[in-house]
Write a protein that binds this ligand. Sequence first.
Ligand code: MAN
Length: 357
Amino acid sequence: MIREPKRPIITPADVKPSRDFLKVDGVFNCGAAKLGDEYILLCRVAESCREQEDGYVCIPVYNEKTERLEVVKLDREEVGHKYDMSDSRMIFRKNASGIKKIKYLTSLSHLRLARSRDGIHFRVEEQPALPFSGRYERWGMEDPRITYMEEEGRFCITYTAVSELGAMPGLLLTRDFKEFERLGAIFPPENKDVVLFPRKIGGLYYACHRPVPYEIGTPDIWMASSPDLVHWGGHRHVCGVHEEGWENGRIGSGVPPLYTDRGWLHIYHGADAHNRYCLGAMLTDLEEPWKILAQSSRPILEPREAYEQEGFFGGVVFACGCVAEGAGLTVYYGAADDKIARAELSLEEIFNSMEWV
Ligand code: MAN
């Protein structure tokens, strides 16, 4: 991959906080699309409280009853012995048997549009693209992916709704990125990384999803089909984590599958046991999209530049969006969970990097 002159293209300094009492911690993991001549990114913007009150850890959350943001205050002394704050993304609580459960996220994410004429210089809008809605978004909206449904001329946006009930994928529809229709939750928690295929296969919509099994199994990529985008079934296991190496912790879909004459091209993420996130590629069958034809054994992009290694959560490259133009792809990816970077790659090189199975 060729990185845009080795620098991020959007950073928190380019983003205005959505409320006076918040500050922007990160702008990252964006869906991407083209609408006419314009490049559109739908970015995840993570915000936390600008000021911390003496003696408290303050966390913003959405209250679906008042439809406003509120601040949860945790006693700092209690935090010291009850909670584990070693991960910058979340606060864990240990129970009596020592099992760690996520108690809060340290920031609240919403979705924000950024627009550009050249695909490199983006203007970030001043307000969220849409407000939070309902109890499943109390802890935010994360990691949007945009699929342009070719036959219908509309964009489907999948994202992760997060609350104390878990992380679960939701679906939005839009034609213009001004009006959004909400179709609600499409998979139960815990599930993330849902990407939709841009066209029906055998009369059905297809999606990749990533359930997180609790007692048996690992966080792997699955596929499901649906007659209407809302009711999903026909679940199939597609690809699992590896025992060794860069994808031995968790894997999940990245950008929505791309149609190529050799098969569906998937760019996905793999994380190791130390939460180092890289990108990999795989090709699946055009008619039976759950069948893997080829796969990269090494990452096609890994955190190497300083802005990928250091940040809100370092050592992460995480792609949700790309734009295909000619024989190449432009991938927009989150770097260290706080910036957006851009890289170009040729389809030919990706095909050459994969091993056929
Ligand atoms: C999570 C993902 C992303 C994030 C990575 C790395 O599992 O859902 O939101 O970028 O971890 O922190």
